[in-house]
Design a binder for this molecule. Structure first.
Ligand SMILES: [Zn+2]
Length: 253
């Protein structure tokens, strides 16, 4: 079985209410919300999981000044790729866990890649339910960013390469998916926003931004049953360029 190397890429930091990531908890606490993408290499492939925001300027204009903290030079997608010795054109696969603006913002950079997304997420992105409308920007995933023929739409679980499995994650958005990667140390799950912070999984506390509460709890079980390690999408415990010692999945609660 192919084994892959996993490297954390940081895509800048937003400013937000901690309660956005934990349902019913942490009200009134402002916190730094780092955004993470992941570089996966192995089996002859260079793969990017999620693509961060488009730019700091984009965030200022579209989200508002109060939400933006910083993006260091190596926290743009181009800067981060340069740091690990990759060029955007080297990447042959991009996996979007979902299409919220901080997970597909730099899709336009990857001209040679196939893009994997769940079909349910793609369809929802053009017509989101009301509480999700502020998270989807067609300019980031539509034709002006990615050629339609570059998309691969999935209808459920798929092993897109030996050792790279995508599993639908209900809860945070209509068609989120988790990425399960075989590594030398075991199976690593990139959970993005369905486990934005470890508190979600370890304390069985849902994220606050949800489309389906029941499915959110099921997603925690999918992670516990299929992975040894978990990478949350927005937890400050994760470090830029981290390649080992990912947080363990807590199977007992
Ligand atoms: Zn999201």
């Amino acid at each position: 079985m192919a084994k892959y190397k996993v490297t954390m890429l940081k895509m800048g930091t937003l400013n937000g209410e901690k309660s956005n990531m934990t349902m019913g908890r942490n009200f009134g606490i402002t916190t730094e919300i780092p955004m993470f993408s992941v570089a996966v290499e192995g089996n002859g492939h260079k793969i990017i999981l999620d693509t961060g925001i488009k730019s700091l300027e984009w965030a200022r204009v579209n989200l508002g000044e109060m939400y933006v903290i910083e993006q260091e030079e190596d926290e743009t997608m181009e800067g981060a790729l340069a740091h690990i010795g990759w060029k955007p054109e080297d990447v042959d696969i991009v996996i979007n866990t979902h299409l919220h603006y901080d997970h597909c913002g730099s899709n336009h950079l990857f001209k040679n890649a196939k893009f994997y997304v769940q079909r349910a997420e793609w369809e929802a992105a053009f017509n989101p339910v009301e509480n999700q409308q502020c998270f989807y920007f067609e300019e980031l995933f539509g034709w002006s960013a990615v050629r339609y023929t570059s998309w691969k739409f999935l209808d459920g679980e798929a092993e897109i390469l030996p050792g790279i499995k995508l599993i639908p994650f209900g809860g945070h958005s209509v068609g989120s998916q988790g990425v399960f990667i075989d590594t030398e140390d075991g199976v690593v799950c990139f959970a993005a926003d369905t486990i934005g912070v470890l508190e979600n999984l370890y304390e069985n506390c849902l994220p606050n931004i949800m489309t389906n509460v029941e499915d959110g709890f099921k997603t925690f079980e999918i992670v516990r049953n299929n992975a040894d390690f978990v990478i949350p999408g927005h937890d400050p415990v994760m470090k830029k360029y981290q390649t080992t010692d990912f947080p363990k999945v807590d199977k007992i609660r």
